[in-house]
Design a protein around this ligand. Structure first.
Ligand SMILES: *Cc1c(COP(=O)(O)O)cnc(C)c1O
Length: 413
């Protein structure tokens, strides 16, 4: 990236001429693309010529977004999908075979955890370890390990994975290292700097930001040597070596799973992405101010936020991330002097009770009673999820308004 983060995104579309001198890439909603010369159609199919054939395999509007995501992550290429889960599932389906082993983190996004359960039933073997220490990842490796998959900041307890040392470990062992960068976004953290091979983003969260479109992306950083990966099909070895992986993820992923990102949501996400840096700056300032406010409030017994000095991984978060993110969790005081989590949530006037995160609006959800309900109290206790834990996704409202809203809800008698 020659220019700064925001300049680069804003001017990305204009790198190639756009019809009618439009300054935005238009929405191409066609499903089919016609060719005057049928030989050209055949060349597009074979990958010998650039072009589009059928909408499931991509469209120009989504391609413009892919180019922006690639620039944000400083990668070589990206493939977009209809959701973050669509991206993750398509990547696994494209790259894993029966008998393969994956090492991942115990503090994993619930739906990815569920997907690993499905992969396990299909014949893959998954180990979950405490990835805040790379030594745990190393101990779990087997000769069948194909991939290490981690997240940057865990949801809801905000553990920060040992990203740099896991990157070194994977580089040393020639292993594919996949980082889900959703919680930090490429503005706060570049997994490539820590030698990630592939980066996953749910575009639904901070990159889109406005909470009005679903999307996901996989970006190849160009660092992994795909000639060492045993599961690349011969069909995908015609391209440059650095493109083998992303080509297989795109072609097989979109073909087999079909989680294609349509032009309309791609356009909305691209517009949102223009202000990613501005929104992140504001949301992170709000989050740090709120974390400090909660720390000093008697009705809040614990605050989980990497920006606080008492957070176990504060030092590495400070070193690696531009800011500490906009996700935090709090535990409310229980008992006589305590506060009921539903009463607290219902008293909030601005903050919305919602399961989403990464929105411009501040959202709150009680974890034990919703997202982690199905697993039962025993498993929750094992994972350190208190019954009074509330996850907060901090938005871009004016700081004083947010503090005021939380204060009245905590102080109400
Ligand atoms: C939300 C999320 C996803 C899935 O994204 P969707 O767009 O909701 O499918 C994946 N990983 C993380 C860390 C997330 O927060």
């Amino acid at each position: 990236m020659k220019n700064g983060f925001t300049t680069t995104i804003l001017h990305s579309d204009l790198e190639a001429p756009i019809e009618h001198d439009s300054v935005h890439k238009p929405m191409h909603i066609a499903v089919a693309y016609g060719y005057e010369d049928a030989r050209e159609l055949a060349r597009v199919f074979k990958g010998e010529a650039a072009g589009y054939a059928y909408g499931r395999q991509g469209n120009p509007t989504t391609a413009a977004l892919e180019s922006k995501v690639t620039k944000m992550e400083q990668g070589v290429a990206s493939a977009c999908f209809s959701t973050g889960m669509g991206a993750i599932a398509s990547m696994f389906i494209a790259l894993l075979k029966k008998g393969d082993h994956v090492v991942s983190t115990s503090f994993l996004f619930g739906n990815t955890n569920s997907l690993f359960g499905t992969l396990n039933n299909l014949g893959c073997d998954i180990s979950f370890v405490d990835a805040t220490d790379a030594a745990n990842v190393e101990r779990a490796l087997t000769p069948a390990t194909r991939m290490v998959f981690v997240e940057t900041i865990a949801n809801p307890r905000t553990q920060v994975a040992d990203l740099a040392r896991i990157g070194e470990l994977c580089a040393r062992r020639g292993l594919l290292y996949v980082v889900d960068n959703t919680m930090t976004s490429p503005y706060l953290y570049l997994p490539k700097r820590d030698q990630a091979s592939l980066v996953v983003n749910s575009l639904t969260k901070y990159i889109g930001g406005h909470g009005n479109a679903l999307g996901g992306a996989v970006t190849d950083t160009g660092l992994y040597d795909w000639t060492k990966y045993p599961n690349i099909y011969d069909n995908y070895k015609n391209a440059k070596k650095e493109m083998w992986g992303i080509q297989q993820i795109r072609k097989k992923g979109l073909r087999d799973v079909g989680a294609t990102l349509a032009a309309e949501p791609a356009h909305r996400i691209a517009v949102g992405a223009e202000t990613l840096a501005l929104r992140m700056e504001r949301a992170c300032v709000n989050a740090l101010a709120l974390a400090n406010f909660f720390e000093s409030h008697p009705k809040v017994t614990r605050v989980y936020y990497p920006g606080l000095e008492n957070h176990p991984e504060h030092a590495r978060a400070k070193r690696w991330f531009k800011h500490y993110g906009a996700l935090m969790s709090i535990e409310l005081a229980q008992g006589n002097e305590g506060i009921d989590c539903f009463e607290f949530l219902n008293r909030l006037q601005l903050v919305i009770s919602s399961s989403h995160l990464g929105d411009n609006r501040t959202l709150a959800i009680p974890i034990a009673q919703t997202i982690f309900w199905e697993m039962g109290a025993a498993r929750r206790a094992e994972m350190g999820i208190a019954e009074s834990l509330i996850r907060l996704s901090i938005g871009i409202e004016d700081t004083d308004d947010l503090i005021g809203d939380f204060k009245q809800a905590l102080d109400a008698k």
